[in-house]
Design a protein around this ligand. Sequence first.
Ligand SMILES: C[S@@+](CC[C@H](N)C(=O)[O-])C[C@H]1O[C@@H](n2cnc3c(N)ncnc32)[C@H](O)[C@@H]1O
Length: 286
Amino acid sequence: MKNTKIKFVSLFSGCGGLDLGFEQAGFQRIWANDFDENAQAVYRLNLGEIDGRDILTVDESEIPVGDILTAGFPCQPFSNAGNRKGVDDSRGMLYKECLRIIKAKMPKVIVFENVKGILSSKYIDGRNLPEVIKEDLETTFDENNIGYNVVYRVLNASDYGVPQNRQRVFFVGVRKDLNITFTFPNEQRNKTNLVLNQVLHIPAEVPNQVHWGLSPQALEMLEYIPEGGSWKNVPYEHLAPRFKKIRDNMKKYHSPNFYRRFSRAEICGTITASAQPENCGIIHPT
Ligand SMILES: C[S@@+](CC[C@H](N)C(=O)[O-])C[C@H]1O[C@@H](n2cnc3c(N)ncnc32)[C@H](O)[C@@H]1O
């Protein structure tokens, strides 16, 4: 039987978050790549085979042609949580690897995903980075001189059925000869099914349930944080010195909302890669 599924090639695949979504939406993954061994292990467990080489060492001829190319190129240099060195940090230039592969393959559609911080990042010459990416894709040509029509926008995962407030920038490029105008889908309005008390029914038979190993200091702070609260509920005398320093000068540190314990009536915050209580909502409501 003819396989009519639309095929995608995934670069910087990580543990496969984006790829899982693509597969669930009916697309067929034909190649994925990530050089991080832990990411590969999770990927293999959940999705399947993945090429584990540094993308810098992979020749375009070794990558199959897909209809869609997806890439969540490294976001640390652009992340609000990071030091925001922008493209001066060599990891920021990895998106150029995507351009190299796109130029050789000219897939019909390109999907880039990145953190919100990229919107205010600058390219080496001072230009706005998302605009540079858009322009680069618009002028990535094969011998037929066809580039891409590109749109980009911040999307919140919870507007599309995911029980997590996670804002990410999506770039979508459609090859010009296809004459398709891409528009982002409408946001879901009723989100009551995404709040924690709707999604925290963990069945007993789920394997590998391991509690997050928090430090004794973190565990002590948690004692004082009610459902829906944060580190701001912890009495000053129970704060570790580094937190006292921040509490002493909240204005200087922009009143960070560490140790959020989301309530059961809320949608969870962004689960970050490091998943430390300082910057993400991993604390159970109760
Ligand atoms: C932001 S993560 C991608 C997350 C992924 N899109 C997801 O949905 O799970 C970026 C990934 O790029 C990978 N990476 C960074 N430099 C790379 C390189 N030179 N070659 C291959 N992978 C690389 C990292 O290991 C990391 O997993």
